[in-house]
Design a protein around this ligand. Structure first.
Ligand code: NAD
Length: 503
């Protein structure tokens, strides 16, 4: 058990009240650039979990019937509050997560876009109607909320991913239990406070903190109808299996190994800038980070210039001006990245840029790893097979676009990918033949805007429907199809119909 300091305790949110947990199990929230303990986060007890679910269940009775306009206006107000508090939110995010202030604002902004989308719930949740499907008979659909839903989020986007989840679920008329990452829950809690300030009624949004035990309790709880998870493939597969076994809907957005293909006709300068930004930005801790580049044909000669780009990036605390790469989230994460680099060397990959143990004056205790590049990487090597989640780029070679596509499709993950080319025909072949969820054409991190849904293929996703966009409305609602006929009192003669036809 972690011993408590003077640092603040992160609160639970139950029935509209921020409450201190009665648990004996706490974990430190640590600034990854300095190792300062910023707060203590509780591992909620089972009775606290029960209280949160009971509050959500009770609130659902009235929230499900609350007018669309009332629900929508809360999210209009909420997006305004997020904008007004952007600088404070970004500073909090950087302190506990490590990414640069500009990237922290990006993290919040990509979530804010989903809040704006939730404010449009009136259009999104509308059903359909077909008039006169038989004479005097109409068929229409209602998209009704499910009840209590839950979300489990990862450390790498502590603003965006919670905002993928609870605004859309609540806008649809559900109530929600959020389980933020225990590594950086503070900015998530600040966003939750702003959501309450925007007018979300007590019990409609609840927060429990914790790890495996709380997550398992969410998966098992009979009053929770749907679980949305974002995180690693290992945990997501467990959550999906456990939640669906308990009869819930589940959607799990999971791990990645994202490849870019570079054709020799690509715009060289733009391509190299994009590759370096997507491989090393956020210290490689994005599920959409480009961690493998396949250079096709003569593009293989671009390695020295790519290394120059990588060397030009400034490693420092995220809060310092001019920083390109902040620390990774924890000492454990840093040690894991360093040990995978050592393993890459041992397995015969060619380490052409070694970012281990960079000098960062003033932040000697930070979890820093600088840009690291391997060439001659082959399938089967651990640096290729595992999601490193650090600023480590693996470079491979292929003779043709078809060969490069075959490499990507043989990788178990299918989260994101990108092609760099000036050829429309090559781009079309790529988008047709690649088996990956998010595809960028000269766009290195093609995270869809909320008009569309985030998706994923193979080991990167379980469940049919993605978060946000149109799909999430289907995920968070149950469709009822109503076929209705109203008898005209003036017609008194009728016949018994023993067929299935509507007459
Ligand atoms: P993680 O899987 O370790 O943790 C995610 C959540 O699961 C956290 O809330 C954590 O408390 C909980 N958890 C951890 N261990 C658990 C266990 N044994 N049983 C039950 N619950 C457990 O992921 P992370 O390290 O926080 O985040 C990084 C991962 O998330 C990467 O794999 C990344 O690719 C992935 N990710 C995917 C997407 C996507 O959209 N596909 C987006 C962001 C992150």
């Amino acid at each position: 058990m972690t011993s408590l300091t003077q640092a603040p305790k992160v609160k639970l949110l139950v029935n509209g009240e921020l409450v201190e947990s009665q648990t004996t199990q706490w974990r430190n929230v640590i600034n990854p650039a300095t190792q300062q303990v910023l707060a203590h986060v509780p591992f909620a007890t089972s009775s606290e979990m029960e209280a949160a679910v009971a509050a959500a269940k009770h609130a659902f009775k009235t929230w499900r019937k609350t007018a669309i306009g009332t629900r929508a206006r809360i999210f209009l107000k909420y997006q305004q509050l997020i904008r007004e508090n952007m600088a404070e939110l970004a500073a909090l995010l950087t302190a506990e997560q490590g990414k640069t202030l500009a990237d922290a604002e990006g993290d919040i902004f990509r979530g804010l876009e989903v809040v704006e989308h939730a404010a449009n719930i009136g259009n999104l949740q509308m059903g359909e109607i077909a008039n006169n499907v038989a004479s005097g008979v109409d068929t229409y659909t209602l998209n009704q909320p499910l009840g209590v839903c839950a979300g489990i989020t990862p450390f790498n986007f502590p603003a965006m991913i919670p905002l993928w989840m609870f605004p859309m679920a609540i806008a649809c008329g559900n109530t929600f239990i959020l389980k933020p990452s225990e590594q950086d829950p503070m900015v998530t809690m600040r966003l939750v406070e702003l959501a309450m300030q925007a007018g979300i009624p007590p019990g409609v949004l609840n927060v429990v903190h914790g790890g495996e035990e709380v997550v398992n309790a969410i998966c098992d709880h009979p009053d929770i109808k749907a679980v949305s998870f974002v995180g690693s493939t290992r945990v997501g597969t467990h959550v999906y299996n456990r939640a669906t076994l308990a009869g819930k809907r589940a959607q799990c957005m999971m791990g990645a190994k994202n490849h870019a293909i570079v054709l020799p006709d690509a715009h060289k300068e733009q391509t190299l800038n994009n590759l370096a930004g997507a491989a090393f930005g956020a210290a490689g801790q994005r599920c959409m980070a480009l961690s493998v580049v396949i250079l096709v044909g003569e593009a293989n000669q671009w390695v020295p210039e790519l290394l120059d780009k990588a060397r030009s990036l400034k490693i420092n605390a995220g809060a310092e001006a001019g920083t390109d790469i902040g620390p990774v989230i924890s000492c454990t994460a840093k040690e894991r990245v360093e040990s995978l680099i050592a393993q890459g060397i041992a397995e015969g990959a060619n380490l052409v840029l070694d970012g281990r143990k960079p000098a960062v004056p003033g932040y000697e205790h930070g979890n820093f790893v600088g840009p690291t590049v391997f060439t001659r990487v082959k399938p089967g090597m651990r640096v290729y097979e595992e999601e490193i989640f650090g600023p480590v780029l693996c470079i491979m070679q292929a003779d043709t676009l078809a060969d490069a596509i075959a490499i990507i499709n043989a990788n178990p993950n299918g989260n994101g990918t990108a092609l760099f080319t000036q050829s429309g025909a090559a781009a079309r072949t790529f988008e047709e033949d690649i088996d990956v969820g998010q595809i960028g054409i000269n766009v290195p991190i093609p995270v869809p805007v909320p008009l569309f849904s985030f998706t994923g293929s193979r080991a990167s996703k379980l469940g049919d429907l993605g978060p946000y966009g149109k799909q999430v409305i289907q995920f968070y609602t149950q469709t009822k199809t109503i076929t209705a006929r109203w008898f005209d009192d003036s017609v008194t003669v009728g016949k018994v119909n023993t067929t299935i036809s509507l007459k």
